[in-house]
Design a binder for this molecule. Structure first.
Ligand code: ANZ
Ligand code: ZN
Length: 786
C-alpha cells in the first residue's frame, strides 16, 4: 500500500475532473433539475480565509449528493465585483479597480480550486463584465419604463467618508454600514426604485417559503407593515389640517394633544402664529442637528408647545395643544401624530413631563371595550377601529420599507443608462445601445460634491439625445453594489446569451434555485432586493416563478482559534491553502462539515482537524482489508449508514452524517475486513465530503469512471432492523431460559424483557434485585422462602 499522499492525489483528481468535464451542467429531458447556489463572493484583496468556504463546502456536498441521486445539478460560481470595497481597495493600493478585481478573482479562484469544488466553471460570471452588466442595465430600463425607477430630490442618507448617498439598507443604527461614519441628510438628485409597490407581495409570499421563521421575521420587520388610519385634525380658527397616521384609531377620543416632527412642513407656518416663535425655532434648529441615532436613543423626551395654536380633536371636538417634538419622526406615517398618553408609552412619558391630561378610552376586560368615547362607548376596540376610521378618517397602511435609493456618486458601478436632454427630459438609452460602458478613467476618486467622478469626463458625458438628436448629458451616477447581485442567479442558467437575459426554456428547466446557501447578514438586504427584482421580472414574463429561492440555509461563522472573528486586522486568519498543504483538502472539507451544526458559530480548532485527518488515514488503510465476499456482520450497520448519511445531507446535518461514517469505520475495523461491494458503498457515501480520496480509492478498484458520476447507494428496509443478541435469563443464578434483545437496549429494557419472559416462574416470588450483564444475561434475584 502506498502511503497517503494527499497533495499528489488531490492535484491529480482536480486535473482529471476538469479534463473530463464531469461537473458540466446540462439541461436534460430525462433528469430533474437541482439548482444549488452559493451567495457569490466579493473578491476582496485579502483572499479567502478558512471561514469563507464553509458554506461553499456544504453546497458542494449537497450538490454532489444530488448529482449521484440522479439529478441534473447546476452548481455555479462567480464574482460580485462592483462596489465600494473594490473601489476603496483600488484607491488604497493605487491600482485601477478593474486591475485589482482581476487580480483578486484570480487569487480567489485558485484558492477555491484547491478545495476541489464541483463548480461548472464554464458558467462563471462577473458582475463587472460588460456582457453581464448590459443586462443589469436592461433590467433598470424595464423598471424605468414601468414607472418603478424615478428621480427624486428628497434628502437622502449621505456618508461623508464614503462620499456617496446610501439606501436605508446600507445603514446600521444611523451609521454607514461600511465605514461606521454617522450619515448626514443631503439633498442630491437620486434615482430611486419603487420597491414599496412590492411590499405587500414581498410580505405575503414569505408564507409560501420553507425558510426559517427567524429569517422570515427579519424580513417582516424590515418591511414593517402597519395597518391603521389617517385622520385630519383641524387647526382652530383656520382651515389648516394636520394629517396624522395612527394604528389605534379606536383611541381617538383619548388624544389630548398633537405632535409634529421638527421637519414637518407645517411647523414653519404654524410657528408664525405661535406666541413663542423664537423658542420653537431654537428647538427645531437643535433637533435638526441630532443624528437619527441620537434621536432614536433619546432617553429624555424633549419638545416645545406651539403656544396659542390649538387643534381640534374631531372626536371630542375639544381644543388640544400642539407640540413640536423629535420623538416623532419625519418619514414615519405622516410625520405628525395624535398623542394618546393613556395608551401609548412614549406619549405617556411626554405627557408626564409636560403635565398633559391622560384620558383612558379603552378598558381592557375580557376583550377591549371603549369608554369616554361618545357614541362608541361599549364597542369592542376592533370594531371601533373600523367605525371611527369610517367616521373621521380613511384606512391607511404604511410600511417601514422605503423606496430603494439606487444611485451612488462613485465610479466603480454600472452606469445608469439614461440621458438627460433639455427638451425631452430623461430619455432611456435605447436597448440596442446597451451596455453603456463604464469609461476607463485615470482618476476615479470620489469628488465629494454629490457628483460622481464620471461627471468630469466631458467626452463620455456629452452625447446626443436619442430622441431629438440634440445635445444630451449622460447620467453620471452609478448603481449600488446590490444591483448585480439582485439577479445573478438567473444568468448562471444561460451565461452566454447575447439576445436575452436568460432563454426562457433554460429558465423553466432550472428555476427556482432549490437550495441557497449564505450568510445571515444578507437576510434583509440582498434577499429583499433579489426577491423584489425577481417579482418584477416575473410580472414581465422573464421568469416563471414568483420566488427566486426555495430552501435557504444560513452558514454559521468560523471564529479564529483565539475566539475572535477572523480578520486581517487581528492577524488571526488562516489561509485554506496552508491547511490544504499540511492536511489536505479532503481533511479540510470533512473538518469544516464536522465541526458542529452547520448554522452554528464555531471556533476553529486545529486538534479537531488533526483528528479528522486521522479518520481519513484510517479510511486509506482500509483498502488493504477489502475482500471479495461481503462481511455479513456489516450489512445492517451499512444499510443504516446509507439511510442516515443521505437523509442528513439532504437536511444540511453534515456533522451527524460524518459521525455516522465514523461509526461505520469503527465497525469495519472491529470486523477486520469489508466486502468489496460494501467498500464501494462506503466510498460513495464518503465521496461528497472527501471527493479526492474517494475517487482515488474508487479507481484503485479498476473503475474507469469517476465515483462522482456514479449513483448514490440505496438501502433495503429489511437490513435496517436493529442487531440483536441472545442473552441468558436466570433466577438466582440458575439459567431458566433465553431470549433475543436489541444490542441498543438499555438496562431497563433488559429487565423488562426478562421479567416478561419469566413471568410464569416469578409469580408469587418477591424480586430483591435484578442484575444486568449487557449482551450476556439477566439474573433476577428473588427472596428465598423455606
Ligand atoms: C395613536 C396611538 C395610540 C398610537 C396608542 C399607538 C398606540 P407602528 O405600530 O410601529 O407602526 N406614530 C405615527 N407616526 C409616527 C411618527 N412619525 N413618529 C413617531 N411615532 C409615530 O406605530 C404606529 C404608531 O406610532 C401610531 O399609532 C402613532 O401612535 C405612532 F395607544 O397613534 B399611534
Ligand atoms: Zn432630447
Amino acid at each position: 500500500m502506498k502511503p497517503y499522499n494527499h497533495t499528489r492525489i488531490e492535484q491529480k483528481w482536480q486535473k482529471r475532473w476538469a479534463k473530463d468535464r464531469i461537473y458540466e451542467s446540462k439541461e436534460s429531458a430525462k433528469k430533474k433539475a437541482c439548482y444549488v447556489l452559493d451567495m457569490f463572493p466579493y473578491p476582496s484583496g485579502e483572499g479567502l480565509h478558512v471561514g469563507h468556504p464553509k458554506g461553499y463546502i456544504a453546497s458542494d456536498v449537497y450538490a454532489r449528493y444530488k448529482r449521484m441521486s440522479g439529478y441534473s445539478v447546476l452548481h455555479p460560481m462567480g464574482w460580485d465585483a462592483f462596489g465600494l470595497p473594490a473601489e476603496n481597495y483600488a484607491l488604497e493600493h493605487k491600482v485601477h479597480p478593474q486591475t485589482a478585481v482581476a487580480k483578486n478573482i484570480a487569487r480567489f479562484k485558485e484558492q477555491l480550486q484547491h478545495i476541489g469544488f464541483d463548480y461548472d466553471w464554464k458558467r462563471e460570471i462577473n458582475t463587472t463584465d460588460p456582457s453581464y452588466y448590459k443586462w443589469t442595465q436592461w433590467i433598470f430600463l424595464q423598471l424605468f419604463k414601468k414607472g418603478l425607477a424615478y428621480q427624486s430630490n428628497e434628502p437622502i442618507n449621505w456618508c461623508p467618508s464614503c462620499k456617496t448617498g446610501l439606501a436605508n439598507e446600507d445603514l446600521e443604527g444611523g451609521a454607514c454600514e461600511r465605514c461606521g461614519t454617522t450619515v448626514e441628510q443631503k439633498k442630491i438628485p437620486q434615482w430611486v426604485l419603487k420597491i414599496t409597490d412590492y411590499a405587500d407581495r414581498l410580505l405575503s409570499d414569505l408564507d409560501t417559503l420553507p425558510w426559517s421563521e427567524h429569517i422570515k421575521e427579519l424580513q417582516r420587520n424590515w418591511i414593517g407593515k402597519s395597518e391603521g388610519a389617517e385622520i385630519d385634525f383641524l387647526v382652530s380658527e383656520s382651515d389648516i389640517k394636520i394629517k396624522i397616521f395612527t394604528t389605534r384609531p379606536d383611541t381617538l377620543f383619548g388624544a389630548t394633544y398633537m405632535v409634529l416632527a421638527p421637519e414637518h412642513p407645517l411647523v414653519v407656518q404654524l410657528m408664525e402664529q405661535a406666541k413663542n416663535k423664537e423658542e420653537v425655532s431654537r428647538y427645531v434648529a437643535l433637533a435638526l442637528k441630532k443624528t437619527p441615532k441620537e434621536r432614536a436613543e433619546n432617553k429624555e423626551k424633549t419638545g416645545v408647545e406651539l403656544r396659542g395654536v390649538k387643534a381640534i380633536n374631531p372626536g371630542t371636538k375639544e381644543e388640544i395643544p400642539i407640540f413640536v417634538a423629535d420623538y416623532v419622526l419625519e418619514h414615519v406615517g405622516t410625520g405628525a401624530i395624535m398623542a394618546v398618553p393613556a395608551h401609548d408609552e412614549r406619549d405617556f412619558e411626554f405627557a408626564k413631563k409636560f403635565n398633559l391630561p391622560v384620558r383612558h378610552v379603552v378598558e381592557s376586560t375580557e376583550s377591549s371595550i371603549l369608554s369616554n368615547s361618545g357614541n362608541f362607548d361599549g364597542m369592542d376596540s376592533e370594531e371601533a377601529k373600523k367605525k371611527i376610521t369610517d367616521a373621521f378618517g380613511v384606512p391607511k397602511t404604511t410600511y417601514k420599507l422605503r423606496d430603494w435609493v439606487f444611485s451612488r456618486q462613485r465610479y466603480w458601478g454600472e452606469p445608469i443608462p439614461v440621458i438627460h436632454c433639455k427638451t425631452c427630459g430623461v430619455v432611456p438609452v435605447p436597448e440596442k445601445d446597451l451596455p453603456v460602458l463604464l469609461p476607463k478613467v485615470t482618476s476615479y476618486e470620489p469628488s465629494g460634491t454629490g457628483e460622481s467622478p464620471l461627471a468630469t469626463m466631458a467626452k463620455w458625458v456629452n452625447t446626443k439625445c436619442p430622441e431629438c438628436g440634440e445635445k444630451g448629458r449622460r447620467e453620471t451616477n452609478t448603481m449600488p453594489q446590490w444591483a448585480g447581485s439582485s439577479w445573478y442567479y438567473l444568468r448562471y442558467m444561460d451565461p452566454d446569451n447575447t439576445r436575452a437575459l436568460v432563454f426562457s426554456k433554460k429558465e423553466k428547466y432550472w428555476a427556482p434555485v432549490d437550495t441557497y446557501v449564505g450568510g445571515i447578514e444578507h437576510a434583509t438586504r440582498h434577499l429583499i432586493y433579489a426577491r423584489f427584482w425577481h417579482k418584477f421580472l416575473f410580472d414581465m414574463g422573464v421568469v416563471s416563478t414568483s420566488e427566486p429561492f426555495q430552501k435557504l440555509h444560513t452558514v454559521g461563522l468560523v471564529l479564529a482559534e483565539d475566539g475572535r472573528k477572523m480578520s486581517k486586522r487581528y492577524k488571526n486568519t488562516i489561509d485554506p491553502d496552508d491547511v490544504i498543504k499540511l492536511y489536505g483538502a479532503d481533511s479540510l472539507r470533512l473538518y469544516e462539515m464536522f465541526m458542529g451544526p452547520f448554522e452554528n458559530t464555531i471556533t476553529w480548532n486545529t486538534n479537531s482537524l488533526i483528528g479528522v485527518r486521522r479518520f481519513v488515514e484510517r479510511v486509506w488503510r482500509l483498502q488493504e482489508h477489502v475482500q471479495n465476499a461481503d462481511v455479513s456482520e456489516l450489512q445492517s450497520v451499512l444499510h443504516r449508514t446509507v439511510k442516515k448519511v443521505g437523509e442528513d445531507i439532504g437536511a444540511f446535518k453534515f456533522n451527524t452524517a460524518i459521525s455516522t461514517l465514523m461509526i461505520f469505520l469503527n465497525a469495519v475495523e472491529k470486523e477486520r475486513g469489508i466486502g468489496k461491494s460494501q467498500w464501494k458503498s462506503f466510498l460513495k457515501l464518503l465521496s461528497p465530503f472527501a471527493p479526492h480520496i474517494a475517487d482515488e480509492l474508487w479507481s484503485a478498484l479498476s473503475n474507469k469512471k469517476s465515483i462522482h458520476v456514479e449513483s448514490w447507494p440505496t438501502y433495503e428496509e429489511k437490513f435496517l432492523t436493529e442487531e440483536t443478541v441472545i442473552i441468558a435469563l436466570q433466577i438466582n443464578g440458575k439459567t431458566r431460559g433465553e431470549t433475543t434483545i436489541s444490542t441498543q437496549a438499555d438496562t431497563a429494557e433488559y429487565e423488562r424483557v426478562a421479567r416478561e419472559a419469566l413471568s410464569e416462574r416469578l409469580k408469587n416470588l418477591e424480586v430483591v434485585r435484578v442484575v444486568v450483564v449487557p449482551k450476556r444475561l439477566v439474573n433476577i434475584v428473588v427472596k428465598v422462602t423455606s
